[in-house]
Design a protein around this ligand. Sequence first.
Ligand code: ADP
Ligand code: MG
Length: 327
Amino acid sequence: MTRPGEFEVIRKYFAPLAQSLPGALDLTDDAAILNVPKGRELVVTSDALVSGVHFLADDPPADIAAKALRVNVSDLASMGAEPLAYTLAVAFSDNVDEDWLRAFAGGLERDQIEFGIALIGGDTVATPGPLTLSICAFGSVPKGLALRRGGAQPGDSLFVSGTIGDATLGLAVLTGELDGVDTAFQDELVGRYRRPTPRRALGIELIGLATSAIDVSDGLVADLGHICDVSGVGATIDAGRVPLSAAARAVLDARRTGIERLLCGGDDYELLFSAPANNREKVARVAAQAEVEVSEIGRIGESKGEVCVVGEDGRSIEIGDAGFTHF
Ligand code: ADP
Ligand code: MG
């Protein structure tokens, strides 16, 4: 294994990613300086990714980079924030060599352009353990207007972007569980697991319109539970209205999975949000502006903290302990 030294890695692979932000000081100082646009306030989020937990050790480095950045941009999106900058703390495992670094930095570079964000600092260490990445992302929102989990009101409609359940099926493909499924579908599902699409434009458009919002990382049902807990409300999901991709539909129709698993699987990074029911045309309009499908999948009710899932036959679907927790 050949890997340049710590400072060489920073200069060669990370400093070019910091060029567009003068406050990054070319990564030559002890810290960076971040300007917040006038009339706006800072939104800060951090997500760590560990090899073997959030991605697989032999995943392409550009995909690992993309996922690390995208899950953070997704958190910003769920607050309605415009991305500004991020820091990157990396603990490299022994297998990280120069080819790996080049591909990893290339992945970050592509996504920085796509999401309008740049590197502003970080830390670089080595570990005898698994590769670990931690990104801290900064965004901005108009003062006082960030989207929150806590504002859902009984009577509000419930919406979700994109399609649900693909990422969990993508992981199932990678572990060999869905062998035999059409290979184009398999590729699509794996892509959804490895490269989630943060709904940046939609989040920004939902400011002043959504009463609550969250990004779906733990699973649709679990994340709706988080909205309900903080808002002090309950909610009902109509399972038949939950948007599924053609690939997920095929897996479901072949009875290789149940709908419960799609509703509970994590890692989709779609936006789940509530809005007053009489604003559904407005929701459709901003979704079109953001060029993303948005589906109405249920409603907010009174029963505090309770999430019900109703099947197409009108009967309630039992969901066990929903959602991923680390421990
Ligand atoms: P210190 O020892 O003072 O904490 P470092 O030597 O760790 O500083 O880092 C030097 C500079 O390089 C700092 O500006 C830091 O933010 C930046 N840096 C280090 N690692 C990374 C990284 N992985 N990504 C981006 N910037 C980094
Ligand atoms: Mg340091």
